[in-house]
Design a protein around this ligand. Sequence first.
Ligand SMILES: [Zn+2]
Length: 190
Amino acid sequence: MIAAFAFLSPPEPSEPAVSVFPLPERYASNYGNDWGAARIQGEHEGTDIFAPAGTAIRSITAGTVSRAWGSSGDGWNNLGGYTVMIEASEDVGKIKRGDRLYYAHMDAPTKLEPGDTVEAGDKIGTVGDTGQGPPGTRGEFEPHLHLGWYEGWSFFGEDRTSAINGAMNPYPMLKRVERESESDRGKSGA
Ligand SMILES: [Zn+2]
């Protein structure tokens, strides 16, 4: 059965939403709960996943591409380097429709344009070491994916974050995405 990578396929319209770990499985052990850790710019607002420069980054969810706050036309901002933001288009696991996933320090600008739609598992860029300086700065730290997770729409009765900008800790969300990717592989018989 050639279904080992079925979990990377876009979902059929009738199927439940899927989520995909943003880096190849072999890097799934290369992160920890570093939320709030001390950083140059203040408390760390995300999860860092370490992988070599050039490693493909895949969208965790289906969604729509946008520019992150403070980013220029090519997605550069001086903290995150080359970045892309994806607004989730459906609920999946801990992620709710409207949440924004922020992928930073990419090796090069994303080829996606604001308004483009992606499926879970689509390539959105590559791991790099850009950022923490003016446009073009790289090499200030080891290559990694910085993943941020921001609440999009608020609903009455919801209390997922107290941060004004909607920031949430991606670590438990990523752990769940990782588990569900594994169980999808199990179901495929791989
Ligand atoms: Zn980070």
